[in-house]
Design a protein around this ligand. Structure first.
Ligand code: UD1
Length: 387
C-alpha cells in the first residue's frame, strides 16, 4: 500500500480499563503498513494515578487530542464527550473509529461515529450482565447496536449479539486484548514484596503479608460503594476477613470519597487491611499474581485472575464475563457481607477454585483485530480520506 493510501484509524480512550485494552491495539496497528493511528483521550479519568502512570507503564503514546471532559453524572459525561468529539471528528475525518470496553467514553464516541457515518469497531463486544441498573450495560447495548465490526472476547458474546439480531458477519471472536496487555507486561510486573514494602512498612503489615500471604481487594461499582450503609457492611466483612489474612485494598476515587464523606475510615483503623491509593498497572498485576485470592467487583480483574489462575471472589449478583466462572477461577458470591466472609473462609480452608485459560486468551487478540480491520476496509471499499 502506498503512502497516499494510508488509512486513518482513530482510537478513543477515556478511563483506566480503556488504557489497558488500547495498548496492544496501538502496537499491532503500528506494526502494520498502511495505517496511520491517532489516539483521542476524552479526559474521563484525569488523575495521575488513574491515567498518566498507565500511559507510561503500558508505553502508550501521548494522545494527539485530549477533550478534558472530567467528572459528572453519566449523562453529563456522555453528553460533554459527544459535544467535544463531534467537531474534532468532523475536522479530522478518520477512515475508521475504534472504541474499547463499556465506559461512558465508549458509548459517547460510538454515538458520534454513527451520526457522522464513520465505520466503527467495538472491542470487547457482546458482553451482557442483563442488568440495566449497571451504567456499563447500557453503554454495551448501545455501542454494539451501532458498531460495524464487533470483536468478541468469549463465546457468550456471540450468542448475546446474535440473540439481539446483530448480523453474524459483523461478529468476530478474537480473544481478549486485556490478556494481551497482561502477557506483554508480566515480565515487568512489580514483585509484591516491593509494593507491600512501599505501602505497609509503617504499619508493620507488609512483613505479616509477606510471611502469611495476602489477598488483594478492589471495590468501586456504584451498586457496592455509593450507598454508605452498603459500603459500611462490606468494609466490616473485609475487616473480619483480615483477621485471618492481611488484605491489600487500593481505593478507587469513588470509593475513597464515600469512605471520607461517611467517616467510614474509623472501621478500617487498626485492622489488617493495607489501604492504598489507586495502584499502577505493573504494581496491580504483580499483586494479583502473588495473592492467595482476590476480592473484586471489577470486570477486568475477573479476567486477569482467570488468566493467572488466582481464585477470584466477585462481589456482584451477575457477571457479563461468564467464561471466568465456567472455565476460570471466578466465583460469583453476590453482595451480602456474610456470603463474602463465608466464601473467603472457604478459599482459605480449601485453596479456592482452579480453572483453565479460555480459548484465544493467548496474547494475540490485537493482531487478529487489526487483520480483520484491514480486511474490512478493503472488502467494504471504504474510501480513504487521505488518498
Ligand atoms: C469508570 C467506568 C467503569 C470502570 C471504571 C474504572 C463508566 C460508566 N464507568 O467508573 O466502567 O470500571 O471507570 O476505573 O464509564 N475521579 C477522580 N479521578 C479520576 C477519575 C475519576 O477523582 O482520575 C472521580 C470522579 O470525579 C468521580 C468518581 O471518581 O467522582 C468516578 O469517576 P467516573 O469516571 O464517573 O466513573 P468510575 O467510577 O471511575
Amino acid at each position: 500500500m502506498s503512502a497516499t493510501q494510508l488509512r486513518q484509524i482513530d482510537c478513543i480512550v477515556g478511563a483506566r480499563p480503556n488504557f489497558v485494552k488500547i495498548a496492544p491495539i496501538l502496537r499491532a496497528l503500528g506494526s502494520r503498513e498502511g495505517f496511520s493511528t491517532r489516539l483521542i483521550h476524552t479526559g474521563q479519568h484525569y488523575d495521575v494515578a488513574m491515567n498518566a502512570v498507565f500511559f507510561e507503564e503500558l508505553r502508550i503514546p501521548k494522545p494527539a487530542i485530549n477533550l478534558e471532559v472530567g467528572s459528572g453524572t453519566g449523562t453529563e459525561q456522555t453528553a460533554h464527550i459527544m459535544l467535544k468529539l463531534e467537531p474534532v471528528l468532523l475536522a479530522l475525518r478518520p477512515d475508521f473509529l475504534l472504541v474499547v470496553g463499556d465506559v461512558n467514553s465508549t458509548v459517547a464516541a460510538a454515538l458520534v461515529a454513527a451520526k457522522l457515518q464513520i465505520p466503527l469497531a467495538h472491542i470487547e463486544a457482546g458482553l451482557r450482565s442483563n442488568d440495566r441498573t449497571m451504567p456499563e450495560e447500557i453503554n454495551r447495548l448501545v455501542t454494539d447496536r451501532l458498531s460495524d465490526l464487533l470483536f468478541v472476547t468469549e463465546r457468550s458474546g456471540i450468542d448475546n449479539l446474535l440473540g439481539e439480531g446483530i448480523e453474524a458477519r459483523r461478529i468476530i471472536f478474537v480473544g481478549n486484548v486485556m490478556i494481551d496487555s497482561l502477557h506483554a507486561c508480566l515480565k515487568r510486573a512489580m514483585p509484591a514484596r516491593a509494593t507491600l514494602s512501599d505501602l505497609g512498612a509503617a504499619s508493620g503489615l507488609a512483613a505479616v503479608a509477606l510471611k502469611q500471604g495476602f489477598a488483594f481487594v478492589t471495590l468501586h461499582r456504584p451498586s457496592n460503594v455509593d450507598d454508605p450503609s452498603k459500603l459500611e457492611s462490606l468494609l466490616a466483612a473485609l475487616v473480619a476477613i483480615a483477621r485471618k489474612i492481611p488484605l491489600v485494598f487500593p481505593l478507587h476515587p469513588r470509593t475513597r470519597a464515600v469512605i471520607a464523606d461517611a467517616s467510614l475510615d474509623r472501621l478500617l483503623r487498626g485492622s489488617s487491611i493495607i489501604i492504598a491509593p489507586p495502584l499502577s498497572y505493573l504494581r496491580t498485576i504483580g499483586l494479583i499474581r502473588e495473592a492467595k485470592f482476590v476480592i473484586t467487583d471489577s470486570g477486568g480483574v475477573q479476567e486477569e485472575t482467570t488468566a493467572l489462575g488466582v481464585p477470584c471472589l466477585t462481589v456482584r449478583e451477575n457477571t457479563e464475563r461468564p467464561i471466568t466462572i465456567e472455565q476460570g477461577t471466578n466465583t460469583l458470591i453476590g453482595t451480602s457481607p456474610d456470603a463474602l466472609v463465608a466464601a473467603a473462609k472457604d478459599v482459605l480452608e480449601n485453596g479456592g477454585k482452579k480453572g483453565r485459560v479460555p480459548d484465544l486468551w493467548d496474547g494475540n487478540a490485537a493482531k487478529r483485530i487489526v487483520a480483520e480491520i484491514e480486511a474490512y476496509l478493503s472488502r467494504e471499499r471504504v474510501p480513504s480520506v487521505a488518498s
